[in-house]
Structure formats: C-alpha cells, structure tokens
Design a protein around this ligand. Structure first.
Ligand code: SF4
Length: 330
C-alpha cells in the first residue's frame, strides 16, 4: 500500500471572480464537472487511504458549499485523523456558512488576500470592491473556530502593503500567511509582465518577510510566515519513488500535477482502488514524457511551455496517458 500523504480535489471551476493570475482559468468551466454523486463516492474512496490531509480547491469551492460540507463529513466519519481544508476567495463566506463548515469537520480555510486596499486587491482580482467582504469572511471563519490561512500573491501594487498584511494576520491570531510567486500559467501567463515582481522587488519582499518573521517570533505570535514555491513541487517529484499526493481536477481526472496537462487516470473510466491496484503511482514517474516535463523546471519561468508543445491547460483536453501508463512494465 502506498503512503499517499495529501490529496487535492478541484470541486468546481466556476468562480465569482476572474483573477488576472488564475492559473486554471477559473470562471469558465469547459465541460461537465464531476457530479455530486461522483464526488461523494470519491470522498468514500479517499477516506480509505489514510491520507494526512485533503484540500478541496477550485474555482470557488463555496459555489458547491452544501456538497463541500457533505464531502468533509464523509471523510471525517470514515477517517477522523484526516485533516480536511478548503480554499476560497472568502467573498461568500458568511457566518452561517463558516459555522456549517466547522461543524462538518473542516479544519482550515485558506482565504486569498492579494492586497490590503481596494486598489491593490482589485488590480489582480478584478472584483470591483469586494475586499471588505473578504475581511468579513476571514473574521467569520476565525470566529467559527476554523483555522485560517491567508494565501497571497505578491505583485507590484501589493509590495508596500506586506507589513500591514502580516500585522493583520498577527492581530487576528490567524494560523499563517502563505505567499506564492506568480506562475506564468493560465491567466497568470497573459498578465505576467504587468504583475510579476522583478528580482530586486523579490529581494525587497524577502527582507520584509525576514524582518516581520523576527518580530512575530519575539511576540510569540501564532502566525507563521511561509513561502510556497511551486518549483519545489517539481524537485520533489524527481526524488520520490512513487507519487505521494493525488491531484484530481473537477472533471474527475487525476493529474501528475495541477501545472501540467497530463491525465494519468480518468476516474470516470476506472476508480481510485484500480489506480492503486495497478501501481499507477510508481509507473507514472518513469513515463518518458512526464519525466521530461518534470525535469526541465528549475525556476518559475521554466513552468511555462509554449502552447503548441502541449494542450493548453484548462482550455483544452489534457493529454490522456492513462492506458499507456497502465501498460508500462515497471
Ligand atoms: S484565483 Fe481563485 S478566486 Fe480568482 S478566478 Fe481563480 S479560482 Fe477564482
């Protein structure tokens, strides 16, 4: 049995925003997403794998809010030790919804905060003044007893707001501030030049984080500052013997990573138990095409591949390698 540590499921690609950095083009679902019944069955199968944590992602997960609660309850009932987290932009997170999420067993809510003023937030999120709703959502989550992680994408207009953002997390005793660089994927590619920080600006940000981290430690703050570099994900895939995480898109396809358009298993054709029985987590890492695309990434810019090379991720169908991988002799 493999020790699958984490799983992420995209619940939907519908979204109330059209962020300029959205790597999966959320807001415009392309085809039929998994049905409620398929997602319930997937939750049952996942809960048999003894997974440490499962993240429900999107799109805007709260568009399928009732189902999110149901999925969490199924997982927690069958596998109480698994942490279930969700990602949301926070705009729809009312007090009532936050309390229901908590009572259905959700552990942590990751809420995106890409700026501290309407101007900087809307520069990326194109939300037309929704920032106050996000702050309300954060407080609703916190007051309902959910752990709150703030996800942020540093960009040119938010760079000088980081001291305030970190202080805000500390003042509200939030669990973490997690920053991730802009990726040249999806709408993030289209808007890369406008939004991405220069290397000097990243250096400046690093110094702000260092200074604030020191301050938070001195105050024994419960807020952690974390830097999530998606490139580490590629390095890890080069080092492991089998795939230790599951990435499942809203169409029911297991992908090698959310950043490459390869389907390694289609749950609409065969289930998760067969994925494990047929040793796909091992085989997938030696597939030549997958190896090629995993090993070429050393920096954020390398994550971009020219559109003519592979299907355009989240706009066209993934390359389905399921049967090829299944037949590999490993
Ligand atoms: S980044 Fe998040 S909130 Fe923005 S469009 Fe994508 S899924 Fe929606």
């Amino acid at each position: 049995m493999y020790n699958i540590k984490t799983a992420s499921i995209d619940i939907t690609y519908r979204c109330n925003l059209r962020c300029k950095h959205c790597f999966n083009f959320s807001g415009v679902p392309r085809k039929q997403e998994m049905t409620d019944e398929e997602l319930r069955n997937l939750a049952k199968d996942l809960s048999k794998l003894n997974i440490d944590s499962i993240c429900l992602c999107g799109g805007e997960t709260l568009y399928r809010y009732e189902l999110v609660c149901e999925i969490s309850s199924i997982i927690k009932k069958n596998s109480p030790q698994t942490l279930v987290n969700i990602v949301t932009n926070g705009i729809l997170l009312t007090k009532e919804k936050a309390m229901r999420l908590k009572s259905s067993g959700i552990h942590m809510v990751q809420i995106s905060l890409d700026g501290f003023t309407d101007e900087s937030y809307d520069a990326v999120r194109q939300s037309n003044g929704c920032l106050s709703k996000v702050f309300e959502g954060i407080i609703n989550a916190k007051e309902s007893g959910l752990e709150v992680s703030i996800a942020t994408l540093p960009h040119k207009k938010s760079l000088n707001e980081f001291e305030k953002i970190i202080d805000y997390c500390h003042d509200n005793a939030l669990y973490e501030l997690r920053a991730q660089p802009l990726m040249p994927l999806g709408r993030g590619k289209e808007n890369y030049m406008e939004l991405a920080l220069s290397s000097e600006e990243y250096e400046e940000l690093k110094n702000i984080f260092k200074k604030k981290d020191f301050e938070l430690k001195n105050k024994s703050s419960r807020t952690e500052i974390n830097w999530g570099d998606p490139v580490d994900h590629y390095f890890m895939l080069q080092e492991v013997e089998y795939l230790p995480f599951l990435t499942i898109n809203a169409y029911g396809e297991i992908e090698i990573t959310p950043y490459l358009p390869f389907t390694i298993w289609d749950l609409k054709e065969e289930g998760l138990p067969e994925f494990i029985e047929k040793r796909i987590p091992e085989k997938v890492l030696v597939h030549p095409l997958i190896k090629k695309y995993i090993s070429r990434v050393y920096s954020i810019e390398d994550m971009y591949y020219p559109d003519k090379e592979l299907p355009r991720m989240y706009l066209e169908d993934n390359l389905n390698l399921m049967r090829e991988i299944e037949e590999m002799k490993v």
